[in-house]
Design a protein around this ligand. Structure first.
Ligand code: HPA
Ligand code: ZN
Length: 351
């Protein structure tokens, strides 16, 4: 009897925490639109474009989504993206993700897209950017979810290739807020992209980059010193270097942390050993994100739920993370303040 009462109390506690997370207003700052491509939609678009994919069922896909490292994942991720051909495909992909944002109380999102993955297959830059940005405009109107776009350079390709895509983006500059750097990190340090980042900054883009996911703390130093980035995607390996931690705090640069991505790609073996709480205690500004939700087992709210459970995060911790997501977004100061106030009053009413 006592045991079943304890059990019931525990279940209630879990449900209440889940409700708190689901209703918490938040922003998502690290999301690859190609990584939001759910298997069912991939089958549908592959079928209408008459493209063969190596999987016949969702079960086959799930079996293939077991990764030993980043490269393992990237090979499958690029294969999935290859069924996207028409503007409508990019629209549908993006709008599906934005609907999930609305369902999860994600009020603002900063979406990365990899144009080179598509232009290298002969898809026009205009097709990609038009499909994605039309979906963003419609989501703002219909779902009240705002978004900015981050054009990511593929770091396994050359700087010359990155310059070509930067050039192609310029007629659409008004639709793109920032540049990012993603794909295979090891052997492709930020310094490889020094000149193209300088040119992107000159063109008005805000510099961001993945660094320190698999790469060492040296890669993070390069990203902040050479590329002049304003936010670090992942950044887990900053913990290797105390001077770097101090510098990141001093410059008030946030880390976009992705817990389920970290376990899926074996960056962290067990969520219970995830360094998120340690980062917060050190004074680092961190946010919670899904990275590639269709591949890593959960949307942003699932990332909050699982990391809360693994590290026993308090409601206050969660509210800080949500406030960070707005404060370190690229939104104007007045909008940030509005959302932070919203999180504060949500916390006061639900604590
Ligand atoms: N890391 C690097 N590149 C990527 C990722 C990631 O987690 N997801 C999509 N491209
Ligand atoms: Zn990423």
């Amino acid at each position: 009897m006592i045991e079943s009462k304890i059990c019931l109390a525990l279940v209630l506690k879990i449900i209440k925490m889940k409700n708190f997370i689901e209703n918490l207003p938040k922003a998502e700052l690290h999301l690859h639109i190609e990584g939001s491509f759910e298997p069912a939609q991939m089958f549908e678009i592959a079928k209408r474009n008459k493209i063969e994919i190596p999987f016949k069922t969702v079960e086959e896909i799930e079996k293939a989504y077991k990764f030993d490292c980043l490269q393992d994942f990237l090979d499958i991720y690029y294969q999935g993206a290859s069924v996207l051909i028409h503007e409508q495909d990019f629209y549908d992909l993006t709008y599906s993700y934005l609907k999930k944002c609305a369902d999860q109380n994600v009020r603002h999102t900063e979406i990365m897209f990899d144009p080179q993955t598509h232009t290298d297959r002969g898809i026009a830059f205009k097709t990609v950017i038009t499909g994605i940005s039309k979906a963003c405009e419609d989501a703002q109107k219909n779902l009240n979810v705002s978004s900015y776009l981050i054009m990511s350079f593929l770091r396994h390709l050359s700087e010359e290739e990155a310059f070509k895509i930067l050039e192609q983006s310029l007629p659409f500059k008004e639709k793109i807020k920032a540049v990012g750097l993603d794909s295979s990190e090891m052997g492709n340090p930020p310094s490889k992209f020094k000149n193209v980042y300088a040119a992107a900054i000159k063109a008005g883009y805000i510099p961001l980059a993945h660094a320190g996911e698999e790469g060492s703390s040296d890669y993070i130093w390069e990203a902040i010193d050479i590329l002049k980035i304003k936010r670090i995607d992942h950044g887990n390996n900053c913990l290797q270097d105390n001077n770097l931690i101090k510098e990141i705090i001093k410059r008030d640069i946030a880390l976009t942390v992705c817990p389920l991505s970290n376990t899926a790609l074996q960056v962290v073996k067990d969520l219970k050993n995830h360094p998120l709480k340690k980062m917060m205690n050190l004074g680092l500004k961190v946010t919670i994100n899904s990275d590639d939700p269709a591949y890593f087992g959960g949307q942003v709210n699932q990332n909050y739920v699982e990391i809360q459970k693994a590290l026993d995060l308090s409601r206050e911790n969660l509210a800080v993370l949500a406030k960070n997501s707005f404060n370190y977004s690229l939104l104007p100061t007045s909008k940030k303040a509005e959302y932070i106030k919203l999180v504060d009053s949500f916390f006061d009413n639900n604590n």
